[in-house]
Design a binder for this molecule. Structure first.
Ligand SMILES: [Fe+2]
Length: 435
């Protein structure tokens, strides 16, 4: 079967470092003026500059996306199209209990494609689970990975793909563009609003270091995403809230990112609008198919935005937090949202007005500073209505945990596209303000 991506050089094409070198795009140039930090070193080590002379380059990659009720049942047909002879279905027990994994299995059977099922995936997938999945993939002679579920099974499926062709340990590939060999074809059927099914990120928990690590590569963009809003119908209220607030964070951070572009801005702002209008009604009316469709569309749009523009300080800090305490990812983001938005404001103040507008509070914005306040008030309101109100302290974070959290957050890949370059002390103070 042909490799998904020809060639053996892994270049995400990410634009993370170009604005750090200056620019001539008005506000963008302001965003570029940041202090030297650890990512200057990362830039030298691995990231390719995307700039040529005065030009800034931006790219936009996406899988083939099939969007619509019932499209999960096309999994077998798409596996056949990709030449699969044996498939490893990666899912988790909760998704299997909801019946979505079974639907995909039936679709494979209807297309007469043999498959194996791998369900050993925890809510924050671990490096050892990836290793065992890769072993199953290779020993069973599989040649296509099919991830069914939220971000955890899909990230695990990506990790299995990496190890099956590149070998070694999944933690050897942490960072940008570290893969050598192309990965096997990957089909995703997302069942939450994680957007892992369209992104070039793979997030894995490093068990030994108790932190989440990010692997970034264009090779990790799935071949096909069968984005089926029907799968959201079984999501309980709290999971709906956490994943939608995660998608909101994706959209906001992508819009503020140094790697944003006019294309990613379109997706980011539309995602913010959709989540703002659909989150609370969607929780109150879980069986409303149109509201679920909008939430799924929002997750897709936010995913396309952040996969191409990158994220920022909120996700970097949330990854460190989620690794330490094994908390839901969306919850980690939302607890850090206020501190992160306040911190980034001075770097990109002009961008906040459009976010306020998309959140439906633009009319109250009479000056730039008011935009920040209006955004924070609206997000606090959404959190209250969605019942997601914990703080870091309430989740068990202690003041003495902060230095270690800050150290891990500072080296997270997501920090590379944040519009401000934080010091360790600044990160510590952001955690402290969120306690
Ligand atoms: Fe996220």
């Amino acid at each position: 079967m042909p490799a998904r991506h020809m060639g053996n050089r892994d270049q995400s094409g990410f634009a993370w470092n170009d604005r750090a070198e200056g620019g001539n795009r008005g506000p963008v140039a302001q965003r570029s003026k940041r202090a030297q930090g650890p990512f200057e070193q990362k830039k030298v080590q691995g990231m390719l500059p995307m700039r040529s002379g005065e030009l800034e380059f931006r790219k936009f990659v996406s899988p083939e996306v099939i969007f619509g009720f019932g499209c999960r049942n096309l999994a077998g047909r798409f596996a056949l199209n990709l030449g699969a002879t044996r498939v490893l279905v990666v899912s988790d027990p909760g998704v299997a209990a909801a019946g979505w994994t079974h639907d995909v299995e039936e679709s494979l059977e209807a297309s007469q494609i043999p498959y194996d099922l791998y369900l050993d995936v925890s809510p924050n997938p671990r490096s050892d689970q990836v290793a065992r999945g890769a072993e199953a993939f290779v020993s069973n002679g599989c040649d296509l990975v099919l991830g069914v579920g939220g971000g955890s099974p899909i990230d695990c499926a990506k990790g299995i793909g990496i190890l099956s062709s590149n070998g070694r340990d999944i933690l050897d590939y942490v960072g940008a563009d570290r893969l050598v060999e192309p990965v096997p074809p990957l089909i995703c059927v997302p069942t939450t609003a994680s957007a892992a099914d369209v992104s070039q990120f793979c997030i894995i928990t490093d068990v030994a270091r108790r932190t989440k690590v990010s692997i970034l590569s264009k090779m990790l963009v799935p071949d096909v995403s069968l984005t089926d809003p029907e799968t959201l119908l079984t999501m309980p209220a709290l999971l709906t809230a956490n994943t939608a607030l995660d998608a909101l964070t994706h959209a906001i951070e992508a819009y503020l990112s140094n790697g944003s572009s006019p294309t990613t801005d379109l997706f980011a702002l539309e995602a913010i609008r959709l989540i703002n209008g659909s989150l609370i009604p969607g929780i109150l009316e879980p069986g409303d198919r149109e509201l679920r469709r909008r939430l799924m569309q929002a997750a897709l749009d936010a995913g396309l935005a952040f996969s191409n523009a990158g994220l920022g300080v909120i996700h970097a800090m949330a990854h460190a937090l989620g690794g330490l305490l094994d908390l839901p990812h969306g919850l980690c983001n939302v607890m850090l949202m206020q501190a992160g938005l306040e911190y980034n404001f001075e770097a990109v103040p002009d961008r906040y007005a459009a976010i306020a507008e998309a959140l439906g509070v633009g009319a109250s914005v009479r000056n730039t500073r008011r935009a920040l306040d209006a955004i924070l008030e609206r997000i606090a309101e959404l959190r209250r209505q969605a019942g997601v109100t914990p703080t870091l302290g309430g989740c068990g974070v202690r003041i003495e945990d902060i230095p270690l959290l800050a150290e891990k957050a500072l080296t997270d890949l997501c920090m590379a596209t944040n519009p401000r370059w934080p010091t360790r002390l600044e990160i510590e103070s952001l955690y402290a303000r969120s306690l």
